[in-house]
Design a protein around this ligand. Structure first.
Ligand code: ADP
Ligand code: MG
Length: 427
């Protein structure tokens, strides 16, 4: 019978993974999971031969004696570890040099987040997904300016100790997938890997090798840049389809790393990979709370307002921190920091600051004609509307199915939100 035991570093990882799972040494919840792992991949006859038991588990955790190979692999899997990284292979210590990923960080153009308010709940949720639940692919979604990029950087700072290496890249200029893969592999291999496969598949497999052998955190910001404009299914721009392949493999394949994406629009195929008990999740960001939005004003200057006026102001901009920062500067410069005055005037003459117009304009241009029409009607209505009301706005009849599909796509683009509205009694 073949046996394996953990290396000294492997043992540290096993301990860390066990603690992250919240399992005490004599907590045998692992037993059920380990049996499931084996059940899934073994013929029935072999299950007994595997020898999963409290005794082998304790020997595995102690790491002093070798245990049955299959039990070793199953235990690693339930702990979310790659057995090849944990196993003791004295003869390998020199040959596997390029896979020994040590502490390396490349923050690229990641912005400074020293001024950052609120978002505690979002930070806790995503941290839990990554640290406790070993999620492999996480997408932060939300409209422009809502704070996706900042949250991704703040989060990465918070969890950096959990990873061997971190790389942050923006896809703003829609780099070809090939370029990004080469950059990632070279960074993870410490520039040692220069002879890369020519095909995208080969490069993705090459990347996966690193994602398995170390804990890497990769953040790709602005994913919407590689999605097709004027398309409501979130499909990729021509030439960018390889990104879809990358996401699918990172979400579907076993490894110990994590890819965080930020995007204004949800990419195609992601929903199929997601699930509460699956390692692929997404988080839709909404605006900041009024108290946190207020802190953004504090750094801009001195403002006067009642609590109600603050709430109205921040609600008006949907708690969008970028919009709040733009408005704060204008109120300071043109209204002398008097928020009531600003609210009063802006009610009489609705106006939009140029920068906010740019922000909305960029997203608006990407919409289909029907999506644009719906956005016009929603803004003309000014209040939340029900589906029949919206349908009645259109002169030419729009089929309900099409209307619902288009509303769903506006939601996936983070441009509209669903709320409950009180229906008239006769409906
Ligand atoms: N929680 C926050 N606290 C303070 N400022 C924030 C916060 N979130 C975002 N911002 C600021 O708002 C602006 C837009 O944020 P950003 O992360 O770039 O949004 P997005 O990536 O969603 O377009 C930036 O200037 C950023 O510094
Ligand atoms: Mg951003």
């Amino acid at each position: 019978m073949s046996t394996l035991k953990a290396s000294p570093q492997g043992l540290t990882r096993i301990k860390q993974a066990r603690i992250e799972k919240g399992w005490a040494v004599d907590d045998f919840r692992w037993l059920q999971s380990a049996s499931q792992v084996v059940d899934a991949s073994w013929e029935e006859d072999n299950v007994l031969a595997v020898g999963i038991s409290p005794g082998t588990w304790k020997r595995f955790l102690a790491g002093k004696f070798p245990i049955n190979t299959e039990a070793f692999k199953a235990y690693c899997q339930v702990l979310g570890l790659n057995w090849e990284e944990v196993v003791d292979r004295p003869e390998d210590t020199n040959t596997n040099k390029s896979l020994a990923i040590e502490n390396r960080h490349d923050w690229g153009e990641a912005p400074d987040v020293s001024i950052f308010y609120g978002r505690q709940e979002e930070l806790n949720t995503v941290q839990q997904w990554i640290v406790q639940e070993n999620c492999r692919l996480i997408t932060l979604l939300g409209m422009g300016g809502i704070g996706k990029t900042s949250l991704s950087v703040k989060l990465a700072h918070q969890i950096q100790d959990r990873f061997d290496c971190i790389i942050w890249r923006s896809l703003r200029n829609a780099p070809p997938i090939d370029e990004i893969l080469v950059e990632l592999i070279q960074f993870l291999s410490n520039q040692e890997e220069t002879n890369l496969p020519t095909q995208i598949d080969g490069k993705i497999s090459g990347l996966l090798k690193y994602l398995r052998s170390g804990r890497c955190l990769i953040i790709l910001d602005n994913l919407e840049s590689i999605l097709q404009a004027g398309d409501r299914t979130g499909s990729y721009r021509p030439g960018c389809e390889g990104y879809g392949q990358l996401l699918q493999i990172i979400g579907d394949t076993f490894h110990q790393s994590c890819l965080i994406l930020t995007s204004r629009e949800k990419p195609k195929g992601l929903a199929a990979l997601e699930g509460e008990s699956l390692p692929v999740r997404s988080l839709q960001l909404s605006g900041l709370l009024a108290t946190d939005g207020r802190s953004l004003f504090d750094v801009k200057g001195t403002f006067t307002a009642t609590d109600d006026a603050w709430q109205i102001l921040i609600d008006r901009y949907g708690g969008n921190p970028l919009a709040i920062k733009i408005v704060a500067s204008s109120i300071r410069d043109f209204f002398d920091g008097d928020i009531a005055h600003f609210l009063n005037i802006s009610q009489k003459i609705p106006f939009l600051f140029d920068d906010i117009q740019d922000l909305i304009g960029q997203q608006f241009q990407r919409l289909t004609t029907l999506e644009q029409q719906i956005m016009y009607w929603l803004s003309i209505n000014r209040e939340p509307v029900s589906l029949p009301e919206l349908q009645a706005d259109f002169v030419n009849n729009v089929p309900v199915r099409e209307l619902i599909e288009t509303l769903t796509s506006l939601q996936r683009r983070s441009l509209i939100e669903k709320t409950r509205i009180a229906l008239p009694n006769n409906l």
